[in-house]
Ligand binder design. Structure first.
Ligand SMILES: NC(=O)c1ccc[n+]([C@@H]2O[C@H](COP(=O)([O-])OP(=O)(O)OC[C@H]3O[C@@H](n4cnc5c(N)ncnc54)[C@H](OP(=O)(O)O)[C@@H]3O)[C@@H](O)[C@H]2O)c1
Length: 252
């Protein structure tokens, strides 16, 4: 896969899967825009690790609708064209129904949907406007295995990712005539800060038992699938959802 002269914007790319994806695109010749929310120190470290030149930081909170417009406009002003948008930024909040009060319950639903679903709808809206006038592009959304198998302690997370899948498929149909291709990558547990924070040692043990690989995914394995969906030959795979879960949950 070659991304020479391609301009890529990745949300939530200061660390974790987004960072691995930024590194992989830069390795293949792309110019990469790293979006993050507030961890400038980490974002700068990631920027310094990218191969090649022409990469930039974009500090915008994608859960705020006005910032999604500003993010895409800023990127297009700087690079002239947006070839690939990777919607990777996501949050995961515990809100066990039999443990949290109603305020915490509703807070988790609202925050999770703002970041994991509405942000993607909004960046995709502005990205599609830009791509429609520049001859097309790719949008790759990072979902989760949790969309399919249920998330009993984080129901908003599972629901937001299931809705993200449905939205991606709707947009894949809507945008195909504009040569804009929309794909989804659905990772299982991946060795990032999000996984470190959200897993108790017992849960970690349990999940290692779930996978025939007896390990978690590495961020670069998720990045590999993202690059495939963003590549030129992947146009006809638009609308697809690629599982990267080490055969721990197989959908029929
Ligand atoms: N790790 C897993 O096990 C796993 C499994 C399945 C799916 N996923 C999905 O993969 C994606 C990445 O997960 P990860 O584990 O790499 O996460 P992570 O390590 O927690 O990193 C999250 C990234 O998103 C950014 N971010 C969060 N909220 C944002 C906002 N409102 N605006 C802009 N940036 C924001 C963070 O920036 P700041 O540091 O500046 O806040 C950071 O760069 C998520 O969509 C997640 O749901 C992860």
């Amino acid at each position: 896969m070659d991304f020479t002269n391609k301009n890529i914007l990745i949300t939530g790319a200061s660390r974790g899967i987004g960072k691995a994806t930024a590194l992989a695109f830069a390795e293949k010749g792309a110019k990469v825009g790293i979006n993050y929310r507030n961890n400038t120190e980490e974002a700068n470290k990631t920027l310094a690790e990218l191969k090649g030149t022409g990469h930039s930081l974009f500090a915008y909170d994608v859960s705020k609708k006005e910032e999604t417009k500003a993010l895409i406009q800023d990127f297009v002003t700087q690079y002239g064209k947006l070839d690939v948008l990777v919607n990777n930024a996501g949050i995961s909040i515990f809100h066990d129904l039999d443990e949290v009060g109603f305020e915490d319950w509703t807070y988790a639903w609202e925050q999770t949907f703002k970041t994991n679903l509405f942000a993607v709808a909004n960046t995709s809206y502005w990205a599609a406007q830009a791509m429609m006038t520049s001859g097309g592009g790719h949008i790759v959304n990072v979902s989760s295995r949790g969309a399919f198998r249920g998330e009993p302690t984080k129901p908003a997370y599972g629901a937001s990712k299931a809705a993200l899948n449905a939205m991606s498929q709707s947009l894949a149909k809507k945008l195909a005539p504009y040569q804009i291709y929309v794909g989804v990558v659905a990772p299982g547990f991946t060795e990032t800060e999000m996984a470190a924070i959200t897993l108790t040692p017992a849960e970690r043990e349990n999940l290692l038992r779930e996978s025939p690989f007896k390990r978690m995914a590495q961020p670069k394995e998720v990045a590999h699938a993202i690059l495939f969906l963003a590549s030129e030959g992947a146009a006809y795979s638009s609308g697809t959802i690629i599982d990267v879960n080490g055969a721990s949950y197989l959908r029929s």
